[in-house]
Design a binder for this molecule. Structure first.
Ligand code: NAD
Length: 299
């Protein structure tokens, strides 16, 4: 069985590639290494350095592929606010290229990495897939367009698709550097360097964090489940939310507060009952366990 992972040198993609290789699949990776790293990449994966915006270059790489996991993206909310056109090219045009190449090359199923950012600032929690999306950043809108394209390709061209709306993912190989780094990775790095933890806003904003191994498991189940394939949208979340102040407390050390950032949601909390129903999935690793593991092993 041949599997193609776009964005396979990135944080979540590389964890997925490791698991697929452990399960004995032949894995191909397309990545332009814009945020991903070659050292993340499993040595047994076949790597193509290519940009998903270049359809002519990526199209032949889909020949003979059974399943596609599409994770390549410009995945940062703030980046999309500051660079909406560049972000759109990768997140929307790139996604369309990947869908088109998959359909034309008769891929069996494509699993799309969507995001809880499609919900925007919906006040009613927990967030459920049947709520009307209300993105408040270009990135959120790009992911919503990607979901609609997946559904359209299923309806129009019979390409099986599934969209997984990840919430805040953390775990080994996440990037702790730069202005768009995810909060847990950033805090762990600052703690290691004995620097104060920087909190944007009052720290009372909450996030639903999900450990990367749980996200990988959801992807594998989405590939195998007989109950999906028609563009379903499924939350991948823990179903619990924690404040940034609580994360800072778990990690320990001093804190400093900076002004809140634009385009960011106040709260995220997902309902994961659909994932349970359609994929037989539920998260296994608690936030405390996950952070403890990272504190002891990675930072
Ligand atoms: P990441 O930045 O580590 O991975 C993205 C990968 O895509 C990188 O390896 C990057 O080099 C590659 N890439 C970017 N543009 C490309 C292009 N034009 N052509 C080819 N490759 C390209 O980010 P991640 O956190 O691993 O996210 C993976 C996916 O999951 C993304 O689609 C993201 O939107 C989605 N997602 C992530 C989270 C999270 O909490 N990390 C939450 C929701 C959704």
């Amino acid at each position: 069985m041949k599997i193609l992972v776009t964005g396979g040198a990135g944080f979540i993609g590389s964890n997925l590639v490791d698991r697929l290789i452990d399960e004995g699949y032949k894995v191909f990776v397309i990545d332009n290494l814009s945020s991903g790293k070659k050292e993340n990449l499993n040595k047994k994966a076949i790597f193509y350095k290519a940009d998903i915006c270049n359809l002519n270059k990526i199209f032949p790489l889909f020949k003979g592929i059974d399943y596609v996991f599409h994770l390549a993206a410009n995945p940062r909310v703030l980046f999309s606010v500051e660079n909406p056109i560049e972000s759109h090219k990768v997140n929307v045009d790139g996604t369309l290229n990947v869908l088109y190449a998959s359909y034309k090359n008769k891929v069996k199923r494509l699993i799309f990495a969507s995001s809880s950012a499609v919900y925007g600032n919906i006040k009613k929690l927990p967030l459920r897939e049947d709520m009307k999306p209300n993105p408040i950043s270009p990135y959120g809108l790009h992911k919503l367009i990607g979901e609609y394209y997946c559904k359209l390709f299923s309806d129009l061209y019979n390409l099986e698709t599934v969209c997984l709306r990840y919430f805040n993912v953390y775990g080994p190989k996440m990037d702790p550097e730069g202005p768009y780094a995810l909060v847990i990775g950033k805090f762990l790095k600052l703690k290691k360097e004995n620097k104060p933890l920087t909190i944007y806003g009052n720290g009372k904003q909450t996030r639903d964090f999900v450990y990367v191994n749980d996200v990988v498991e959801a992807n594998i189940l989405a590939m195998k489940s007989k109950k999906v394939g028609k563009g379903e949208v499924i939350n991948i979340c823990s179903g619990k939310n924690y404040s940034i102040n609580y994360i800072a407390k778990l990690i320990g050390g001093k804190k400093i507060y900076l002004p809140a950032r634009k385009g960011e949601m106040k709260h995220t909390l997902g309902d994961n009952s659909l994932a349970k129903k359609l994929l037989g999935w539920k998260p296994k690793i608690s936030l405390e366990e996950g952070i403890n593991y990272l504190l002891n092993n990675y930072f």
